[in-house]
Write a protein that binds this ligand. Structure first.
Ligand SMILES: [Zn+2]
Ligand SMILES: [Zn+2]
Length: 240
């Protein structure tokens, strides 16, 4: 029988308090990731599709896929890093080893990848299934959203959509299976926005890693159904 999530969380929190933090990039003690070491992570820059941020040949503004059938609910997607090397290790350690201190520098760097003209009204995390949050002891999407929201000076809205069912881990699936796996998995929260807050006109959806964009598109559909007119997305890292 696996150790109970309460114990796992407690042991992790104790370890975070007692063990000196080593930087995931340079290995030196101090921070989980030094601000000065962020530049060592592979940036998701260069020629990219203005809609989905997939790499394109120099001189092109849209990828072949978006030229034929761009995502319908999601207007555009950006990411700060390529999901490889140190960036990949940092995100996996943050998520699966619970090194939560890594989310702040990664999220602040990601917020810088948001184009000024997007002018979003709020940040929305990809909803995590309650059972997954219990297993992990924290909700990484909510952590990323709080850092990004603070950096952009806009509120986090977790009261617009919810996950209707638990889905299989996307990383284990192919492109077609990924779209099917998350289809209809997210729905608007009944009764609209909680606490009587107005539905925002635009939202920035945030996630840790994006690959095909199927999850972001599925959550965007739910946000559109909730009344949000314009949805854009930001991930810490993109898997090209
Ligand atoms: Zn460092
Ligand atoms: Zn594209």
């Amino acid at each position: 029988m696996p150790p109970s999530p309460v114990w796992t969380t407690l042991v992790r929190e104790l370890a975070e308090l007692l063990l000196p933090q080593r930087c995931v990039a340079c290995g030196a003690f101090g921070d989980a990731l030094h601000t000065a070491c962020i530049g060592r992570l592979a940036a998701a820059d260069g020629a990219r599709c203005s809609r989905c941020w997939a790499p394109v040949d120099t001189g092109r503004s849209a990828c072949a896929r978006c030229e034929v059938a761009p995502p319908s609910a999601l207007v555009a997607r950006r990411a700060a890093f390529r999901f490889e090397g140190i960036a990949r290790r940092a995100i996996l350690e943050a998520k699966f080893r619970g090194i939560r201190a890594l989310f702040e520098p990664l999220s602040l760097a990601a917020a810088e990848a948001v184009p000024l003209e997007w002018g979003v009204e709020c940040v929305v995390p990809v909803p995590l299934h309650a059972s997954r949050e219990r297993e992990r002891g924290f909700n990484q999407g909510a952590l990323i959203a709080s850092h990004v929201g603070r950096a952009l000076g806009v509120p986090v809205r977790g009261d617009l959509v919810r996950r209707a069912r638990r889905t299989r881990v996307q990383a284990s699936l192919g492109r077609m299976e990924r779209a099917r796996n998350v289809e209809g998995a997210f729905v608007p929260l009944e009764g609209g926005a909680g606490g009587g807050a107005a539905v925002p006109a635009s939202a920035l959806l945030v996630d840790d890693v994006t690959t095909t964009g199927a999850t972001l598109e599925a959550v965007s559909s739910a946000l559109r159904a909730a009344g949000v007119r314009r949805v854009v997305a930001l991930a810490l890292a993109i898997e090209d």
